[in-house]
Ligand binder design. Sequence first.
Ligand code: FAD
Length: 289
Amino acid sequence: MKLKEIYNKDKKPLNGEKIKISFEVFPPKNGEAGFEDLFTELEILKKYNPSLVSLTYGAGGSSNDSMKLTEALCRKFNLMPHFTCVRSSKDEVARHIKEIETLGIENILALRGDIPEDKTVYKKDFKYANELVSFIREKTDLSIGVAGYPEGHIDAPDIYSDIENLKKKVDAGAQAIFTQLFYDNEKFFHYIELVRNAGITLPIIAGIMPILSIKQMTRITSMAKISIPEEIKNNLEKFKDSPEDLKSFGIDYVSRQCEGLIGNSNIAGLHFYTLNKAFTTSKILENIL
Ligand code: FAD
């Protein structure tokens, strides 16, 4: 099912519940050997009837394994593979999207990716994601999702110019916006307001990441603009020697965060960054659905 249909306001969530749910996974670092574990985790999450499952691109794992995983997942789920263009020439992109379409996949998340420092892998056929969106639009019938950044992309001078650039992806043919994860709903509501004021009417799907460990929180905040509210900071400190208590706090916090998002007519769905583990995401879903 295509993004436009999934996130159509009049269409009820597949889980029959309060909000449309989707899950993000990544190719296991140990390649094909790790597929079985991933399928086991996804089997647990399947009962929440996700509208789609998305698969990241380029972060670890060989491209051969990624394609095998894409093939396996698209037989089980409505799969939205991600694709980043900075390391690919136009010909390579054309081949890749053709391959995906041949598998019967209907959606793709079109991304620029992080600019590689290694000049030999940076192809420069596509400078920004809006160029990739136009290219895919011209070549295929794939329904295209794009990334949005509630606190601004890390390279953008400010949120306003980042939203102007988001508009370029929308004008090029994107059909839904999947956001970077966030923990501060107020910042997210402000972002939605700015996006709508910019004349962007596309469905916005909120990026949700369970809180698992101090290491994980330190890593994500070093890579992207993501504010960590005081309540989380305090509990990271309080439970620094007690991972199970931290996990419980995280489940409680993110469940409350999701409850604060459900019911807002500008939020078309919740997209869970599962980190390939079912436990925490399913606990949150049990709390909110
Ligand atoms: P763009 O939309 O091109 O934006 C990049 C920067 O350039 C921004 O600062 C923007 O303001 C600016 N910009 C955009 N267009 C223009 C323009 N026309 N002129 C001037 N400036 C412009 N990375 C991976 O490697 N693999 C993944 O699978 C992956 N999945 C992701 C999923 C989601 C939901 C999100 C939010 C991010 C994901 N990323 C992934 C990270 C992403 O690749 C990086 O954040 C990357 O740096 C930017 O990609 P983009 O598509 O947002 O780029």
